[in-house]
Design a protein around this ligand. Structure first.
Ligand code: AMP
Ligand code: MG
Length: 708
């Protein structure tokens, strides 16, 4: 028992259209397709919903996906009702009886109470249908339940008792009620049943049916709905999570749920999954947030005084993993997002063999010796307007770029290479078989992996996903990075600076850099050198973001509160990295959020961010570890350096050679701006002479779109 898609419909008996803005108590549709829950669909009226449902059934059918469509109202009444009203035990007789009587329109206006009154007339005594919106109308419907005896049929179905459902199908008003929804729902089901390939569970054989309609009940997964992360509106969460849970059921679990039913189900129907609430609830839980990082994740090998850059990078790479959960993301919102699951082609691209040019198509095998002159048949094949007939061997047909090759055509001659006269097309001999024809699936085969997990989606990736019919991807939530500047001396650019103050240069740079990396930047402002203020800022940053990036206060001085706080939290590691400009880098966890404590000097802050924080962010965001791409280029400068630490110089390329900024001072922001990349000098001693090859890494390789 397998389904590729699961639709869950939360039906409504409302007498007026639901508000324009998505709201509760309307009709909601939840669709999970090939394991991915789509964003819930909001419908304002039953008429609109029925059209959407029909479209979904048709679309899934056309795409070859087997669909389970669940509806949250009883498919049958308690034993005896169908016979009392229609004279037959066949539940479909009652569906059709209702379909012939119930009226409904785009404003929601309907006659359900009149029809319920007619049904009551078939039973002796008051009821069984009760409850109404106007006390004085429909005299055949009791206002309250008192006095109804339920002797012709029981009040509840066997499955309502098994599922501990609170409501009765005879109750037409006052919550919780499903009575009116059945009256307004069964006529729709009666119509859906007429569609080709549709079978109704459990009344009909459904093993082979492309579309199976089934009764479902969101109450089965209530605990999961309570903790749903994505929607504010309960009904939306219900349909999404129940469709996800049903889609996640293994065929081995679903089989018995559909097949092992009590006798009563034949007439009364059954709630799919009744008696298996725990299992469905577990499957309906949103993907949990990954577990927090371990406190010791930033520890470096003991006994090392100065850690070489590569060892520090290796330690980070080993310690970190994604900290964000995954969610369904519509293609238009997916640029720059990280794939949490591969994109699988829903169909081949191109879906059918087609022409790569405007020209004339024919069967190559039937070409005569010498220069061919072929009779042209009537009609043509164009993109989106295929030629339905067959092209006989030895004949040709007009064909345009992108048109599916008609039957009998495997080769196309370019229109520039032919002469057309008297209903014939003439061209030179020598055209190769299948020339100018694109094979079906030559770009992508159906069900092949179009994009791998961890991919950061580019505009071209969106084109690829769209070309294979994928409209939603599973993406990691965007990693949020909080930025805090620390230091009593800092003030905001644009403000008047008091004596001794400097402008905060790091924060605008780091916020912009994070945005350019495609991450979510959270601005936490400037914090003075005050332990309590910094603690409050870190608490709030850990609550609002996944990672914290601070600058300043990372050393061991009196005013170095970042390192002091992390030490106090017991999750601090000071990394003394053999790097210039750099040191000290304070790494730790604050309320579970990784903290990158950068040095305050803007040059060191930028270099440490590009070299250490950026690949670490890639891992935390689910995108994996990225090594920036550099290349060798002749130096335009001379420089002598001692062994012991790696050095990064602010650099740019002019006339094919790498120039470096005149001053190496690590407070010189102008040099950062002047530069277009970094020159990396190795850990050992070197004496670079003009013309010697040096390694240059453009800013862009770090995801930093500097000028170049
Ligand atoms: P610290 O790491 O706090 O000892 O700061 C080192 C140097 O960087 C000091 O000269 C600070 O004034 C300077 N500095 C710290 N934070 C910033 C900032 N956000 N913008 C510009 N300079 C800063
Ligand atoms: Mg400071």
């Amino acid at each position: 028992m397998r389904f590729d898609s699961v639709l869950v419909v939360d039906w409504s008996a409302a007498g007026t259209p639901a508000p324009k803005r998505p709201s509760k108590d309307a009709i909601w549709l939840g669709l999970t397709r090939q394991g991915h829950a789509q964003a819930p669909i909001y419908c304002r009226t039953r008429v609109e919903a029925e059209a959407r449902i029909i479209a979904i059934i048709a679309e899934e059918r056309a795409a070859g996906r087997r669909l389970l469509a669940g509806f949250d109202f009883p498919f049958g009444y308690p034993k005896g009702v169908a016979r009392q009203i229609t004279g037959s035990d066949d539940p479909f007789a009652l569906w059709d009886w209702l379909a012939a009587r119930i009226t409904d329109d785009a404003s929601g206006h309907n006659n359900r109470f009149d029809v319920a009154q007619e049904m009551n007339a078939a039973f002796p005594g008051p009821g069984p249908f009760w409850g109404k919106t106007h006390k004085d109308r429909w005299p055949g419907i009791p206002y309250r339940k008192e006095g109804i005896t339920f002797d012709v049929t029981p009040e509840k179905r066997a499955c309502d008792i098994a599922a501990k459902a609170a409501s009765s199908c005879y109750q037409l008003c006052y919550s919780p009620t499903v009575g009116s929804q059945i009256l307004m729902g069964l006529p729709m089901l009666s119509r859906l049943r007429q569609m080709q390939g549709v079978a109704v569970w459990p009344f009909e054989r459904h093993e082979q049916a492309p579309t199976v309609l089934a009764e479902i009940w969101p109450g089965l997964i209530e605990p999961a709905v309570k903790t749903a992360a994505e929607e504010d509106i309960r009904d939306a969460a219900q349909v999404r999570l129940l469709s996800l849970a049903l889609a996640r059921l293994s065929p081995e679990a679903l089989g018995p749920m559909m097949n092992d039913l009590p006798e009563a189900a034949k007439e009364e129907a059954w709630i799919l999954g009744a008696g298996h609430a725990d299992r469905l609830t577990a499957l309906a839980q949103d993907a949990p947030k990954p577990p927090p990082l371990r406190d010791d994740c930033f520890s470096l090998p003991a006994g090392v005084d100065w850690t070489p850059v590569d060892a520090a990078l290796g330690a980070l790479k080993a310690a970190l993993r994604p900290v964000v959960s995954a969610e369904a993301c519509a293609l238009p919102d997916a640029l720059g997002r990280v794939l949490a699951a591969p994109v699988i082609a829903r169909r081949a691209s191109p879906p059918a063999a087609n022409s790569a040019v405007d020209g004339y198509g024919f069967a190559h095998a039937a070409l005569p010796e010498g220069d061919p002159v072929l009779p042209l048949i009537e009609g043509r094949a164009a993109a989106g307007v295929p030629y339905a007939g067959q092209v006989p061997p030895g004949a040709a047909i007009r064909i345009l770029t992108g048109a599916a090759l008609p039957e009998g055509v495997d080769t196309v001659v370019l229109e520039e290479d032919v002469r057309v006269a008297n209903g014939q097309v003439a061209f030179r001999a020598g055209i190769k078989p299948r020339a100018n024809a694109r094979r079906a699936g030559e770009d992508m085969a159906a069900r092949s992996e179009a994009l791998p997990e961890g991919r950061i989606l580019t505009p071209a990736d969106l084109a690829l996903a769209a070309s294979v019919g994928v409209g939603h991807v599973q993406a990691y939530r965007r990693l949020r990075v909080a930025v805090i500047s620390t230091g009593d001396e800092l003030c905001e650019a644009g403000e008047d600076a008091a004596h001794g103050q400097i402008y905060d240069a790091n924060r605008p740079m780091l916020l912009a850099l994070i945005a350019q990396m495609g991450l979510g930047a959270v601005d936490m402002g400037r914090i003075p050198d005050d332990r309590a203020a910094l603690r409050a800022a870190m608490d709030s940053a850990a609550a609002r973001a996944d990672v914290i990036l601070t600058s300043g206060g990372a050393s061991a001085g009196d005013e170095d509160h970042v390192s002091a706080l992390l030490t106090e939290a017991g999750a601090m590691n000071k990394w003394r990295i053999a790097l210039k400009p750099g040191r000290p880098l304070a790494l730790g966890l604050w309320n579970g959020a990784p903290v990158f404590g950068l040095p305050g000097n803007p040059v060191a802050a930028l270099v440490c961010t590009l070299i250490f924080a950026r690949p670490a962010f890639g891992l935390l965001a689910g995108a994996g570890w990225h090594v920036p791409q550099g290349f060798e280029i002749p130096a335009a400068f001379e420089k002598r350096k001692k062994a012991g630490r790696r050095e990064y110089l602010r650099a740019r390329i002019r006339e094919g050679r790498a120039e470096v900024f005149a001053s190496e001072g690590s407070g010189r922001v102008s040099g950062l701006s002047w530069a277009e990349g970094l020159v990396e000098l190795p850990d050992g001693a070197v004496h670079v002479q003009p013309g010697d090859p040096v390694r240059y890494i453009p800013y862009a390789s770090f995801g930093f779109q500097g000028a170049d």
